[in-house]
Design a protein around this ligand. Structure first.
Ligand SMILES: Cc1cc2nc3c(=O)[nH]c(=O)nc-3n(C[C@H](O)[C@H](O)[C@H](O)COP(=O)(O)O)c2cc1C
Length: 260
């Protein structure tokens, strides 16, 4: 069973090198309009999108997002913010504050749960943009490192308390090399999809999970003997890496600011 939507989802891959060609205005518009058709909690649109067109800002994002030069070359760069600020401001101008005073109750402020919900909105909008772009031949790549350096990004984009970056996506027409690149592999469904109950995996299952799927990750490693498992490799290169440490610090700062 195949149709154009499923085919688009199936063949998408992250694109990190772009043709030196701007996106036509109608293509950009369609990406943004599609993002805004994404499902959203309570139809509240708890997100905002910042289009970064300023080259200096893109250059700076290369540095603040763990030195990823392709960001500067992407013709379209969108930052998806979890955003409760619009509602908090609207509550205020709608007389909610006055109503609370009259009723003698404190005005409720956004808490962590509201942030989680707004993150869901922001990410669903982002992925809808990714699929819309893909369907028009425009490649994309998420930049999770936008979670780092919160204070710098807050200043760069003039972010108020309740608007925080959740993800960034770079868009552009894929280079020939990118088009030809093989898709990444995924773990088998039996390790990811559970029926009715969560199931923790044992050592043997982990071996099975990695067999075939992530062989490539171990191939060509100069220090294979020192890194006997993908687990150790991933722990070193990702989980305990410098950027992950900065990401955790920065997200703590986001949370502190949100619930201040
Ligand atoms: C939340 C998130 C953050 C990501 N951050 C980055 C990033 O900072 N830099 C990058 O090159 N790719 C990033 N990616 C892309 C992933 O590396 C990519 O999706 C993964 O390797 C699977 O490859 P595929 O998208 O081609 O299937 C990110 C993806 C997601 C979903």
């Amino acid at each position: 069973m195949m149709n154009p939507v499923l085919e688009t989802i199936r063949q998408r891959k992250s694109v990190r090198a772009y043709e030196d060609k701007p996106l036509p205005e109608d293509v950009r518009d369609m990406i943004l309009k599609s993002a805004m058709r994404a499902p959203t909690a309570g139809n509240m649109m708890l997100y905002s999108i910042i289009e970064v067109s300023d080259q200096e800002a893109k250059d700076k994002l290369v540095e603040t997002c763990d030195n990823q030069p392709f960001i500067a070359k992407a013709p379209l760069v969108l930052i998806f913010l979890a955003d409760y600020q619009r509602w908090v401001d609207y509550f205020k101008v709608s007389g909610v504050e006055q109503l609370c005073i009259e009723k003698g109750v404190p005005m409720v402020k956004p808490e962590e749960g509201d942030l989680f919900l707004a993150c869901c909105d922001a990410l669903i909008a982002a992925q809808t943009a990714v699929i819309a772009a893909e369907s028009m031949g425009v490649g994309s790549c998420y930049i999770g490192d936008i979670l780092e350096n919160y204070e710098i990004h807050r200043e760069m984009f003039d972010l108020p308390q309740y608007a925080v970056p959740i993800c960034m996506v770079c868009f552009g027409y894929p280079s020939v090399k990118q088009k030809e690149r093989e898709r990444t592999k995924r773990f088998g469904e039996e390790f990811i999809v559970y029926k009715n109950q969560y199931r923790r995996l044992g050592e043997e299952e982990f071996k099975e999970m990695y067999a075939g799927t992530h062989k490539r990750m171990m191939a060509g490693s100069a220090d294979k003997r020192d890194q006997p498992s993908v687990g150790i490799r991933m722990y070193k290169r990702k989980f305990s890496a410098e950027y992950a440490v900065e990401m955790r610090r920065s997200v703590r700062a986001i949370l502190d600011a949100w619930i201040a």
